[in-house]
Design a protein around this ligand. Sequence first.
Ligand code: ADP
Ligand code: ZN
Length: 215
Amino acid sequence: MKRNIILMGPPGAGKGTLAKQLISLGLVHISTGDMFREAIKAGTELGLLADSYIKHGNLVPDEVTIGIVKERLAMPDCENGFLLDGFPRTLPQAEALEKLTKEINRPIEAAINLDCDEKELVRRISGRRVCKNCGAPYHIDSAKPKVEGVCDICGGPLYQRNDDNEEALKVRLAHYVNQTKPLIDFYQERGLLTNFDSLKGSAVLFDEIAKFLKS
Ligand code: ADP
Ligand code: ZN
């Protein structure tokens, strides 16, 4: 079984959805986006800082992001394997992660890249709704909850992320192309990259990736 996994792909490729399914394999899910959103909700200093970047679709500065991941990966629950979702997103982050995982002797064993075309990303993100309570994702056309505005799983209220608007999305996609996409080469060169087609349904995608990780 492969452990210490990186999940890559543009915003809207389905990283979060897949990560939540992969928890069943015993991997700890570490989402920098979720960590920032929790800090924002709690109104901490980190949250205030992160919010000023996230709401416009910009990346939170590397030193801040690397710092929270470093702390998180040192926690004992990461011992049996972790799944990084949304990190690294820049070359300095990838380099810092490489150094860090060497230090703690938990090397990255696979980088999973979710391919998705841009038109579909825009469709997914502009219609995305998220449960305020448990974070479960929905879509206004293609993944409706049983009762409008209410989470099927926990009954919490659904909302639209404030960076899921047209303007912030343009900025996020540009950051993806300029800063994050080059990491595909970074992991390819290290022999760690495997591509998956995110246009397949999430159940099929999960099966394929679970099989790959178990092999
Ligand atoms: P998505 O993949 O849909 O863009 P995320 O939840 O992963 O959403 O991230 C939301 C926002 O949090 C990003 O647009 C960015 O502002 C910030 N963020 C998350 N991870 C990182 C990171 N590794 N480096 C810098 N900023 C990040
Ligand atoms: Zn919920």
